[in-house]
Design a protein around this ligand. Structure first.
Ligand code: HEM
Length: 402
């Protein structure tokens, strides 16, 4: 096969409109709903784009998420395998994966998330009032969208107030796209150190938070090692940060681009849950899709996939599938089928943090609408700087005024 002639993936062509996940020209180059694409670091993979086929793929146990397996379709540079990355279950399969996932399921149930909702509100309000002090104008990404998720994780884990600044400063370095590898490594080490000390502290004096419960129920009972708990906590921080931050930023931008939407939300905050589902569908921040490696022969969407071949589940295309969503390219907050989106993935690895992400988005948008009735973007849509190469799609900055 002539790999060089295949369409290059990820599709990174700059587009004036950040809300068009795949340009028409890229769509035209695809062989069909299941077609081959050329990967950025060599080789090729099947791109799966229909809603039904993505569901079929993501619940199939014959596909691996382990990016260190030979032949895995690599979409972004990956760091060398770390010996202490023992709890990163997002990259694990089978029993190994479910062992960790099971330990967190109850923690992320809606009733538990409701308990920290007052803390989410406090975090959101504090960030917004700080933005007010700084501006106008102010960068909504930096002052609002980025701090809210890491502060929320602080509350969830049970990081004491005295350590919040330390936690925030180091998470900021880890999440900052401009940090060099050494700086990032040092910040990861510092955070792991803080979490390690915190776990020891919670062992002696358990409180009402996620770390304490996992210490008492899992570490003390011998089901989980302390180092595994540290890397589990780091996974929660990393997986929940960029995704939620970019969703908050892009949601604000989408609402500013659709006049009347922020006013409608201010007048009736009960619109928020439906609005959030449509924003998740319309934006789909995990734009490069979910890569998997076939461990056995399988058939997806009528296509034979052989063991050893790579596949990519294109969530953003599935979320614009005409057979599920009417006029899928329209942003319609009243869309009844919006909840069928797959912005959180599907099946075995479906996002465990989704109740938390939904709560953060809901509170963030309601308070933004309420506290900034005259919010406007400083830039035209085409001029808002995008981050097309990132794992999670987003805007680099969002200057706003009010
Ligand atoms: C809008 C925000 C978010 C989006 C769009 C999002 C998206 C996703 C997606 C697409 C996956 C599936 C990955 C795969 O199948 O390979 C995933 C998994 C995961 N997410 Fe999220 N996520 C968000 C927020 C969060 C938050 C707030 C947390 C936790 C604090 C979180 C924790 C996780 C974890 C631990 C996994 C791995 C689950 C597993 O492998 O079983 N996410 N997320």
């Amino acid at each position: 096969m002539d790999v060089a002639s295949l369409p290059a993936f990820p599709f990174i062509g700059p587009d004036d409109n950040p809300f068009i996940p795949v340009k028409g020209a890229d769509l035209e180059r695809l062989e069909g709903p299941v077609g081959k694409v050329r990967l950025p670091f060599g080789g090729w993979a099947w791109l799966i784009s229909r809603h039904d086929d993505v569901r079929q793929l993501l619940r199939h146990t014959g596909f691996s998420s382990d990016q260190y397996k030979t032949g895995f379709p690599i979409l972004n540079p990956i760091p060398p395998k770390q010996e202490d990355a023992s709890g990163l279950f997002i990259f694990m399969d089978g029993e190994e994966h479910s062992r960790f996932r099971r330990m967190l399921t109850a923690e992320f149930m809606i009733k538990n998330i409701r308990r920290i909702e007052p803390l989410i509100e406090e975090t959101v309000v504090q960030a917004l009032e700080r933005m007010r002090e700084i501006g106008p104008p102010a960068d909504l990404m930096n002052e609002f969208a980025l701090p809210v998720p890491s502060m929320t994780i602080c509350h969830l884990l049970g990081v004491p107030y005295s350590d919040h600044d330390f936690f925030q400063d180091h998470s900021r370095v880890i999440m900052d796209r401009n940090s060099g590898p050494e700086e990032t490594q040092a910040a990861l080490g510092a955070l792991a150190g803080l979490l390690g000390d915190l776990i020891k502290f919670k062992r002696a004096t358990p409180e009402d938070d996620l770390l304490s419960r996992l210490v008492v129920e899992r570490v003390d009972t011998g089901q989980l090692r302390e180092d595994e708990l540290v890397s589990l906590a780091m996974l929660l921080l990393v997986a929940g940060h960029e995704t939620t931050a970019n969703m908050i930023g892009l949601s604000a931008l989408a609402l500013l681009e659709h006049p009347g939407q922020l006013d409608a939300l201010r007048a009736d905050p009960s619109l928020a849950p439906g609005l959030v589902e449509e924003l998740l569908r319309y934006i789909t921040v995990v734009r490069t899709g979910l890569p998997r490696l076939a461990m056995e022969d399988a058939e997806i969407g009528g296509q034979q996939i052989k063991a050893g071949e790579g596949v990519v589940a294109m969530l953003s295309m599935a979320n614009r599938d005409h057979s599920v969503f009417e006029d899928p390219d329209d942003f319609d907050p009243k869309r009844r089928e919006a909840h069928r989106h797959m912005a959180f993935g599907f099946g075995l690895h479906q996002c465990i943090g989704q109740p938390l992400a939904r709560a953060e988005l809901r509170v963030a948008l309601v308070e933004l609408a309420r506290r900034f009735p005259n919010l406007r973007s400083e830039l035209k849509l085409a001029d808002v700087p995008q981050r097309p190469m990132a794992v999670t799609f987003g805007v680099a900055e969002l200057p706003v005024t009010w």
